[in-house]
Design a binder for this molecule. Structure first.
Ligand SMILES: [Zn+2]
Ligand SMILES: [Zn+2]
Length: 231
């Protein structure tokens, strides 16, 4: 019934490509042109940072999260889409990314039963100034797509200098003690899918995963919409 209704709604409000706005077929989120030109991360991928093996710079560095995966590199359309997501809580863009993130999660994390999806949080004042947290918007869309419960288990305790403004060596120290777990019962013994919009060095995801594990998470797998890459 829901599908029939969605189909009828689509007749009057056609689905549009979340990146370029072109009218597209029902149930798609991106048009074929955008998908063809999108900077997809292609397998085989690094089993630590998730970039294609040719683009990996992590040297298999061990992190508190088991692995990270993502559908896109942060360039071209990947960069444009993330920009749209960060400049407005555009749920259509989030759904477009979520569809691709779900695909890569199924491909790379197939067989893992996730208990919940947790977004990387923002400090409440930063979130209030902006009105939303892009990582949370993505996590909600992914939760809907994958039918895995959404839990805002993590909280950020203070504002930190954006990671990209720091040198690599300053990045992990910058985040020390910045995150805490709000509802330990949503975390203890759970297998968690941790969501952020972009991975650069992985320091943010690492710090979040560390806290989740301190509070007893069994395993933490990360997924982002995009990964930074040398252009
Ligand atoms: Zn398009
Ligand atoms: Zn790597």
């Amino acid at each position: 019934m829901r599908t029939v209704l969605a189909w009828i709604v689509n007749l009057f409000f056609p689905q549009r490509c979340c990146l370029c706005g072109r009218v597209i077929a029902w149930r798609q989120t991106m048009c074929t042109d955008c998908l063809r030109d999108a900077p997809f991360v292609l397998p085989p991928v690094c089993d630590a940072c998730g970039r294609g093996e040719d683009a990996c710079t992590c040297r298999k560095r061990q992190r508190a999260f088991e692995r990270c995966v993502m559908p896109f590199y942060y360039k071209d359309l990947g960069k444009k889409g993330i920009g749209q997501l960060k400049n407005a809580a555009d749920y259509a863009v989030a759904q477009g990314f979520a569809a691709e993130m779900a695909e890569v999660v199924r491909r790379e994390y197939g067989g893992i039963a996730f208990d919940c999806i947790v977004p990387v949080p923002q400090y409440y004042k930063d979130e209030r100034r902006k009105g939303y947290n892009p990582a949370a918007v993505l996590a909600r869309a992914l939760s809907e797509t994958m039918r895995i419960p959404y839990r805002a288990s993590l909280r950020k305790l203070f504002h930190t200098t954006p990671q990209k403004e720091l040198r690599a060596i300053e990045r992990s120290g910058n985040l020390l003690g910045a995150f805490t777990v709000d509802e330990p019962q949503t975390v203890t013994g759970k297998t968690i899918l941790l969501v952020d919009d972009t991975i650069t060095t992985g320091a943010t995801l690492d710090e979040c995963a560390k806290m989740l594990k301190i509070y007893g998470a069994q395993a933490v797998y990360a997924v982002t919409a995009a990964a930074s890459v040398k252009e």
